[in-house]
Design a protein around this ligand. Structure first.
Ligand code: ADP
Ligand code: MG
Length: 256
């Protein structure tokens, strides 16, 4: 068992949309440098959980801390008050998010996509941000695409740019929401290889994916969610190969 400090601390998180309670009491701890893979059926609340961690969704109850700092709220006494937008944006620069559909800025070049946030949010000098962006492009195997526009790239290349863009902020945590599910099958491998490389470099990550082979290879912890709760979690060899719960077994029999 790792003794690294807890980097992501999700405590008693509930989230409702109207009368629909989508997250029903989630507790999740991810230690620094560890990779947690979240699996579960469509509609079980995986995306909502990632969005709650990033405060793209307000919580109905509970709290999320990154590196000991409450995300989206300030505590006064036993009450939580939502932070101002500026402060939330500052916090988000510490939490990288890679979306299913890449979400690159279509009107910016690859290089500009990567330098935009470091320059505008972190006030890094442009030349420094460009140098770093080129190094990151090299790392994801796209050194020759700096001046291309997203539409000129394959889905796999666009997602690798999105990963470089997330890394450009030197985030403490990287969140991936089904990073390969919008890709043609032959492009999945190149994106998973980049994510594996980032994981090996020691970045703390939470990855929502249906790629069970990836989970087996890279995850320190696999979390199975269903219907807004964590049904079971543990090392991949336990959760994937010896699941304790019938719901986990039923899900795995469909995706394996
Ligand atoms: P998953 O990512 O596991 O497929 P989601 O977190 O996207 O699940 O969604 C969980 C449930 O929450 C679904 O029933 C979905 O329809 C609902 N939901 C998600 N976002 C919203 C929203 N903004 N408003 C209303 N319902 C939502
Ligand atoms: Mg989802």
């Amino acid at each position: 068992m790792s003794t690294a400090p807890v980097m992501v601390d999700v405590r008693g998180v509930h989230k409702s949309f109207g009368a629909h309670e989508v997250l029903r009491g989630i507790d999740l701890q991810v230690r620094a440098g560890e990779v947690t893979v979240v699996i579960g059926p469509s509609g079980s609340g995986k995306s909502t959980l990632l969005r709650a961690i990033n405060h793209l969704e307000k919580l109905s109850r509970g709290s999320v801390s990154i590196d000991g700092e409450l995300v989206g709220y300030r505590r006064r006494g036993d009450k939580l008050y939502e932070l101002k937008e500026r402060e939330i944006l500052r916090q988000r620069t510490r939490i990288g998010f890679v979306f299913q559909n890449f979400n690159l800025f279509p009107h910016l070049t690859v290089l500009e996509n990567i330098t935009e946030a470091p320059v505008s949010a972190l006030r890094r000098p442009s030349a420094e941000a460009k140098g770093r962006a080129r190094a990151l492009l090299d790392r994801v195997g796209l050194a020759d695409k700096a001046d291309a526009y997203p539409r000129q790239l394959s889905g796999g290349q666009q997602q690798r740019v999105a990963i470089a863009r997330a890394l450009a902020l030197d985030p403490q945590v990287l969140l991936f929401d089904e990073p390969t599910s919008a890709l043609d099958p032959e492009l999945v491998g190149e994106v998973l290889d980049v994510i594996k490389d980032v994981a090996r470099a020691g970045t703390t990550m939470i990855v929502v994916t249906h790629e069970i082979g990836f989970a087996r290879e890279v995850a320190d912890t696999v979390v199975f969610m269903d219907d807004g709760v964590v049904v079971e979690q543990g090392p991949p060899q336990d959760v994937l190969d010896r699941p304790r719960h019938e719901r986990t077994r039923a899900f795995l029999s469909k995706v394996l």
